[in-house]
Design a protein around this ligand. Structure first.
Ligand SMILES: [Zn+2]
Length: 234
């Protein structure tokens, strides 16, 4: 199995009008604290013990409540949650969240129920392809930083999941190199297509491959062709 045809980055919908798109701002409960990493002294390790989050939906011109709210966190509608649950998808804990404000005047109360997905599935990525082992990795929080004057910088680098480290979850984050990006299995992509989740989109796991057009029945074949041309050794 080609690793780049197994797991995919979750993004917003690439086909909707960006003006009408919707994002979220999330406030976690008071017991959630941001602390300094004891390994590298960088801020940002979240001791997220309180998932009683409150969500604001951002997007002045949003015309509808989407099934997948774009942005940093995974916020999904009851419909998307039900699809995932009924299909037996795993790798997450779904926390019901309250929507308290909505920016768009076109969207009215009562606001529909949403869930914040805490992604628990994990996979490692190939360190050799990522930076040839050149940068520094914090052993505690897995933050990566480049070697001074080295070849590999911050920004897009080759990311290929190591399938023998994948716990098999349908929703995953990267374990060995810190990143906020969430990924999903092909099963989730097929569910989203079948159940017509609004505002769901994907990118390939690694950057700089064409963005799949999920409206096309042969999107996976198109992606396979692009991957074979760019990464013939995978
Ligand atoms: Zn650290």
């Amino acid at each position: 199995m080609n690793p780049l045809l197994t797991l995919f980055e979750i993004t917003g919908n690439p086909h909707g009008d960006p003006e009408h798109s919707i994002g979220s701002s999330i406030r976690f409960g008071p017991r959630t604290q941001e602390v300094l990493c004891p390994g590298c002294r960088r801020p940002g390790i979240k001791a997220k013990t309180d998932w009683n989050a409150v969500v604001s939906l951002i997007g002045e011109d949003a015309k509808y409540f989407p099934d997948v709210v774009g942005g940093f966190h995974h916020v999904v509608s009851h419909k998307a949650y039900t699809s995932l649950h009924n299909a037996g998808c795993n790798g997450f804990v779904a926390h019901p969240v309250d929507i308290d404000t909505v920016e768009s005047p076109l969207l009215h109360r009562p606001f529909p129920p949403y869930y914040l997905l805490e992604v628990t599935g994990r996979v490692d990525i190939d360190r050799q392809l990522f930076d040839e082992g050149e940068g520094t990795l914090c052993e505690v929080c897995h933050s990566w930083s480049p070697k001074k004057g080295g070849k590999h910088r911050y920004g897009d680098k080759v990311k290929v999941p190591l399938l023998n480290t994948w716990d098999g979850s349908d929703l995953v984050k990267v374990r060995n190199i810190g990143s906020a990006i969430g990924y999903c299995s092909l099963k989730v992509v097929n569910l989203a297509i079948r159940d017509q989740w609004t505002d769901f989109g994907i990118r390939a796991f690694t950057p700089r491959l064409p963005k799949p057009d999920l409206r096309k029945p042969d999107w996976l074949d198109d992606l396979a062709t692009a991957i074979a041309a760019k990464f013939p050794d995978l």
